[in-house]
Design a protein around this ligand. Structure first.
Ligand code: TRP
Length: 333
């Protein structure tokens, strides 16, 4: 009998455009997994409203994110691509898991602490219980692996604890998932503040996948480097974080190693190096942007993709939810 494929699942919030960090650190690696794994990727729109959103922007960002997923190589025939709010089973499981997640656990989440510091005027219940919904996002699909960045590891750990707690009380219900943090995952730092991860909250230092080439070039030319008077291109993350970040982007895009890059720019200075990195990124992103724009003009196609994905996701999530409802003692519908 054919061995069942292992399951993988991940989501990104449609709270703005996808950026180079999302692509090099995550999405680029996703497409290659479609053969070996049963993959689910979703737009985490329900998580996005934990911070106030403009409704029209959220709708547009959600569809743009789907178009970008596909343009980045995620084939909807081979991956289940869906919108979180289209799978009500996930939110229902979220409620149940809320009742098995402790106040103390939620209070320790660093993302909650960060986001409530940044949104002091809107520290709502959803922001606090977000990790219980995230646990449901994950556990509904019984995945083996959850590819996430370092910053989401704590949420996946909490998910494992909640799943284990539930299993201990009611018997084997959830598979315990592993966080999957890619070894080669280029960690892309911001161009304007290379000590922080590239993020849409610092847009001057963030390169969006749908951005125009001239804007990308401008951001690279203005990238913060360092005041090393020799202005030499050398990999030294502790003393030259800006240059090292640009080198790691260049390496991730071109496949060259740091030594080769040092040789290539030997004696040339930052004035040559920065635009060269910009051009490499522009070339990398051009086909993605063009394909995403083509897809965005074809709303019927995008709709067919998220409908089919949502239906499949719903069927899978319902199998888990039905089991959970039975275990906690709900009368079957
Ligand atoms: N919390 C994640 C983030 O902020 C997004 C997310 C929501 C997610 N649900 C998930 C990621 C489930 C992986 C699995 O980036």
């Amino acid at each position: 009998m054919e061995q069942e494929k292992k399951v993988m699942l991940s989501g990104i919030q449609p709270s703005g455009g996808l950026h180079l960090g999302n692509y090099l650190g995550a999405i680029r690696n996703w497409s290659a997994r479609a053969e070996a794994f049963d993959c689910y990727y979703f737009m985490a729109d329900m998580h996005t409203i934990t911070v106030r959103q403009n409704p029209a922007d959220l709708r547009r960002n959600t569809l743009e994110q789907l178009a970008q997923y596909i343009a980045c190589g995620l084939d909807p025939e081979k991956n289940t691509l869906f919108i979180q709010s289209h799978v009500p089973e996930q939110a229902c499981l979220g409620w149940v898991l809320n009742c098995y997640t402790m106040f103390g656990e939620l209070s320790r989440m660093t993302q909650f602490k960060d986001k409530s510091a940044k949104n002091a005027e809107n520290i709502n219940g959803g922001l606090f219980t977000y990790p219980a919904l995230m646990a449901a996002d994950i556990l509904a699909y019984q995945p083996d692996y959850v590819p996430v960045g370092e910053d989401q590891k704590q949420h996946v750990e909490l998910t494992r604890n909640v799943a284990q707690r539930f299993n201990n009380l009611y018997g084997e219900t959830f598979k315990i998932p592993e966080p999957y943090i890619p070894k080669t995952g280029a960690r892309v730092m911001g161009l304007s503040a290379p000590e922080n991860k590239m993020s849409k909250s610092a847009p001057e230092g963030c390169v969006f996948l749908l951005e125009k080439p001239e804007d990308i070039m401008r951001k690279f030319k203005r990238a913060v480097t360092d005041c090393d008077t020799q202005r030499c291109v050398r990999y030294d993350p502790a003393n030259k974080p800006g240059v090292s970040n640009l080198m790691s982007i260049y390496a991730a895009v071109t496949g060259k190693d740091y030594e080769a890059i040092e040789r290539e720019f030997d004696g040339k200075g930052y004035g040559v190096f920065k635009p060269a990195v910009g051009e490499a990124v522009v070339d990398l992103l051009r086909p993605i942007r063009e394909e995403a724009q083509r897809l965005l003009a074809d709303k019927a196609y995008l709709e067919a993709v998220y409908r089919a994905g949502g239906e499949k996701a719903s069927r899978t999530a319902w199998k888990t939810l039905r089991k959970v409802y039975k275990k906690v003692g709900f009368v079957a519908r």
